[in-house]
Design a protein. Structure first.
Lengths: 355, 469, 162
């Protein structure tokens, strides 16, 4: 018989390395037509970091995403980067790029100011123009300014910068300190059907509410959430590396290492929590790893809600779920018998007795 | 196949080389370039509108590589080849713990098509690691897990390289392995990296007074949870190409997600100045933490130098499982004291991480798992202790979450058990305990930009949590 | 050596390969068509999916000699110089691919599906993609994109018919 259940799980996750320095450096060059090139040592590993970094540079320079070309992943030509790890790219590399773009923009402001008859501090970059704050009618196209900067003033508009999240080392005895600059938060709710005769669990739906600070590119955030959930579903129900008694793997292949296919994916509803972190580029934090964190917990809580069966070890294979259902049923039977007896006041409640 | 009539005035077809069996229509097809036509730019000339809009932040901008991916034009490392390139394959130990008494590569070296065979002694500094440098590039005196590489072959085809591996004779003296992390913590357990203790890193977080907190609690709950070893399974296997130029400058094209670190590792293992090394990545076909450190690159570089030709090494899917990092299995013990209203007063956590054969990113994982283990909850009294232990299994390293998915499974399952026992709704009990702006974390950090409660309420509303009771 | 002549992406080509060569290897090395990928080499992951005589196959499981005289379509054969195939266009618009490694295989499976079934429902799409593993995307945006592509293709067809 299929039993339906729902489970909720929330989590927190840090951005960047634990205490240790993990800087990123970047160079932004504004071309003489107002488009730009960004140099970053990070590597695109599929999450879409180069798109997001391009959007950050574009925002700072007041131009469009398509006006920015991002060059990456070559130690000869791009500056150092601690890497696409620990969900740090949008925050750390993004901050470095924003700071570098700001420096390039300063040169443009220096050049544009006399052209517009104002001081550099009065200028802003928007909609592909350098314009006067609160009086945008006075403006020049960014291309014209960049051209003037490079070929008339002899000051090409380029900037380089680095960023490292500020931390405080942890006390070795108490672990007290500030290990990360910022954290992200999320909740996932899972709805499952558990077949109490076979132990099979079907994840029907997951509602995922994730904080990533400002979502620089909501489509890519959704992609990370959906991908993270698929890893979470695999971790919860299917995946396991098995070893024989000699320490050799029994299933080092994709035939016997079960991972989610298109048939295993639940319906996913994505919700991005509105938030703004002033320490991140335009309020952004990160989202790469957090998406895979609460899924298994939500699914296990849903199984519990459906059947009363508590899973203590992952993955929740059908065998384990069946065994847990049997234990739950036996405990329920014992409890019913217990309730029939005269009541004794329990001093302390333990989880085992309560189930 | 029907033959088309030859158009008038066509030059007489050249005599067909003997190896082409079938007659091929259209004179000159023998000399046509490869089929893959690059679809010329611009296709659908304008870039998608959304990429042209300002401001840029918040746009659902399509990725520039999406076009290339869809056309099949994205070049991954395995799609690259260089003139004269050789192929490298690595012999895997197949035994979990042993001393290497002898490696005989002569028969393999003599095979036609095999250009070079190396072992650990050919690597100038045969050790690496993001923190503890306990991992050999090629295991030389001792094998620490069944997936250890003991020799590397460079040959003119992949097939020959694989055949050569069988011809390499290795003599092992078997040692007693240890596979269970709890067993490995005992003094009596065999040492994986003697003389060092199997417990290679620990972490402690103490806040307030847990014992006092438990005495003040109305109820105490205790549970133990455990998780399994899993693999990243990126669709693209690890792949690298090493090549040298005449000035002794090494270039590595690699699937690494961290080229700055990779370059430093190459400099260290090969004893080269950093300016003599170039590391290039294109786009990685999935990382998730498994491509964050070097694996075979120093071996490829040495083979390339010896043979004077570029050398490419691609991991098989089996090697992806046995010879790359995995996620730490963790055994998690939780003891929580709560008030009658479900407010957490004290929490004690003990984590034992299965640290595999090498440290890799275990210290980072240990740190994060320990810091995150109390959960996103306001708790005045915390004692969280974590240990990572060597075992003779596949090395555990960085994998999406660094211990967070494991501890989240534990603390959130535990939370629901507490909720059930006290007859409090799971959403409600979390709202009573969750962080808010300015909360103090387990390490005493004042948190900013905190939105746990928002995420709880928003998810609940979207799902219809309160209605569906 | 085995001689193989195939119609590849609409063009006739010949080559000669050692008999144990797979179709995947022949495509990648002899014809420089690197779109089909090697993810496992044993038919588990689907990254090597191409279409042979109208049917989607794992090219790592076919020997080159088995396609002699047959018609093979790979990812490189879908777009024309001035137009993306509707599946490629909707994958791009929906953000369906991340690292892109499984992409060519998924798109070829989708093409085989839509050629046989122009109006599939979600269950049929999931079924058609079940042999293509993806670790990055969770498949969600791929399924959306295939639905969108099927709509566009049906619209175009009905416009042509009108």
């Amino acid at each position: 018989m299929k039993k339906r259940g729902r489970g909720i799980a929330c989590m927190w996750y840090p951005i960047g390395f634990t205490v240790a320095a993990n800087p990123s450096a970047a160079v932004v060059k504004v071309n003489e037509d107002g488009t730009a090139t960004v140099l970053t040592g990070t590597v695109e590993t599929g999450q879409g970091s180069l798109t997001v970094l391009g959007q950050i540079a574009a925002e700072e320079l007041g131009i469009a995403t398509d006006d920015v070309h991002v060059v990456s992943a070559d130690t000869d030509t791009t500056p150092m980067d601690t890497g696409a790890i620990a969900s740090r790219t949008t925050y750390v590399t993004g901050n470095a790029i924003r700071l570098a773009a700001e420096k390039a923009k300063e040169i443009l402001f220096q050049v544009a100011a006399p052209m517009l008859g104002v001081k550099p501090e009065q200028l802003e970059a928007r909609d592909r123009k350098i314009q006067v704050k609160n009086y945008p009618q006075r403006n020049i196209g960014i291309g014209e300014v960049a051209n003037q900067a490079q070929f008339v003033m002899g000051q090409p508009a380029l900037g380089s910068a680095s960023f490292n999240p500020p931390t405080v080392a942890l006390d070795p005895a108490t672990g007290q300190g500030k290990p990360f600059a910022t954290y992200v938060y999320a909740t996932q709710i899972a709805e499952v059907d558990v077949d109490d005769e076979t132990g099979e669990v079907e994840v029907l739906k997951i509602v995922a509410s994730h904080d990533c600070g400002t979502a620089i590119n909501p489509m890519l955030v959704e992609g990370q959430i959906e991908g993270g959930i698929s890893m979470g579903v695999g971790f919860a129900l299917q995946e396991e590396m098995l070893f024989d008694k000699n320490g050799k793997q029994l299933n080092p292949n994709l035939t016997n290492y079960i991972m989610p296919t298109s048939l295993d994916m639940p319906e996913i509803e994505v919700d991005i929590v509105k938030n703004f972190d002033p320490t991140g580029p335009f309020g952004a934090k990160g989202v790469g790893e957090p998406t895979a964190v609460p899924t298994a917990a939500a699914i296990m809580n849903a199984i519990y809600n459906a059947t009363g069966a508590r899973i203590f070890s992952l993955p929740a294979t059908p065998e384990k779920v069946l065994a847990a259902i049997k234990v739950a049923k036996a405990k329920q039977l014992a409890k019913t018998k217990q309730l029939a007896k005269p009541k004794q006041k329990p001093k302390r409640l333990t989880a085992a007795a309560a189930r | 196949m029907t033959k088309k009539a030859k158009p008038a005035g066509t030059a007489k077809a050249k005599a067909k080389p003997a190896f082409i069996g079938q007659p091929v229509e259209m004179s000159g097809t023998l000399r046509l370039p490869a089929v893959a036509k690059q679809v010329p730019y611009p296709i659908e000339a304008l870039a998608p509108k959304v990429r042209q809009q300002t401001p840029a932040v918040g746009q659902r901008a399509t990725r520039p590589d999406a076009r290339l991916h869809g056309l099949g034009q994205t070049k991954y490392i395995d799609d690259m080849s260089m003139p004269g390139m050789l192929y490298c394959k690595i012999k895997r130990a197949g035994i979990a713990s042993a001393l290497i008494k002898k490696i005989d590569t002569r028969e393999a070296e003599a095979m036609p098509g095999v250009m070079a065979v190396i072992t650990g002694k050919d690597i100038p500094v045969n050790s690496f690691g993001p923190s503890i440098k306990d991992q050999p590039v090629l295991a030389y005196e001792r094998v620490f897990h069944a997936g250890d590489g003991v020799a590397a072959v460079a040959a003119v085809t992949e097939q020959i390289a694989l055949e050569a591996l069988d011809k390499i004779k290795v003599e092992y003296e078997s040692l007693t392995p240890v596979f269970d992390p709890v067993e490995a913590m005992k003094d009596s357990a065999p040492k994986v990296h003697p003389p060092a203790s199997n417990i290679y890193a620990t972490k402690l977080i103490k806040k307030g007074d847990v014992d006092k907190g438990f005495r003040q609690s109305d109820h105490i709950f205790e549970d133990t949870f455990s998780t399994q070893m899993v693999e990243h399974v990126p669709l693209e296997p690890h792949c690298s190409i090493a090549s040298w130029d005449a000035n002794g400058r090494l270039t590595i094209h690699s699937t690494l997600g961290r080229i700055t670190l990779g370059r430093t590792d190459m400099a260290r293992t090969l004893q080269l100045p950093i300016s003599r090394i170039r590391m290039v990545a294109t786009i990685v076909g999935g990382n998730f933490g498994g491509k964050n450190e070097i694996t075979q690159e120093p071996a490829l570089a040495v083979l390339s130098k010896m043979t004077g030709r570029p050398v490419k090494g691609t991991f098989t899917r089996t090697e992806e499982f046995i010879a790359t990092t995995t996620r730490h299995p963790i055994i998690m013990h939780y003891k929580t004291g709560v008030s009658n209203e479900g407010k957490i007063i004290a929490r004690k956590v003990r984590l034992v991480l299965d640290g595999g054969a090498y440290c890799s990113w275990s210290e980072t994982t240990l740190g994060k798992a320990c810091i995150l283990s109390p959960g996103p909850y306001n708790i005045d009294n915390i004692h969280a202790e974590a240990f990572v232990v060597y075992t003779n299994k596949t090395m555990t390293g960085a994998m999406r979450g660094f211990g967070a998915p494991q501890v989240c499974f534990a603390y959130e399952s535990h939370m629901d058990d507490i909720a059930m026992a006290l007859n409090i709704d799971p959403l409600e009990i979390r709202m009573r305990n969750a962080f808010h702006e300015g909360s103090s974390s387990p390490t005493g950090q004042v948190l900013h930009s905190v939105v746990v409660k928002d995420s709880l309420l928003q998810a609940a509303e979207r799902y219809g949590w309160k209605e569906a009771r | 050596m085995t001689d193989v002549t195939i119609k590849i992406n609409g063009e006739l080509r010949s080559t000669s390969v050692p008999p144990e060569t797979t179709l995947l290897k022949m495509l990648r090395e002899n014809f420089s068509l690197t779109g089909a990928k090697l993810g496992c080499d044993v038919g588990d992951c689907g990254a090597c999916t191409v279409i042979v005589d109208g049917k989607s196959v794992n090219s790592c499981l076919m020997l080159a000699g088995q396609v002699d005289g047959r018609e093979v379509l790979t990812i490189e054969g879908l777009a024309t110089p001035d137009r993306l195939h509707p599946i490629q266009k909707s994958f791009e618009d929906c953000g369906s691919l991340q690292c892109g490694f499984c992409g060519p295989g998924v798109i070829m499976s989708a093409k085989a599906l839509l050629d046989a079934n122009p109006n599939p429902d979600v269950a049929e799409i999931r079924d058609a993609l079940a042999g293509n593993l993806c670790r990055c995307t969770g498949y969600t945006k791929m399924i959306e994109a295939v639905r969108e592509a099927s709509r566009v293709m049906r619209d175009t067809k009905s416009k042509r018919a009108a």
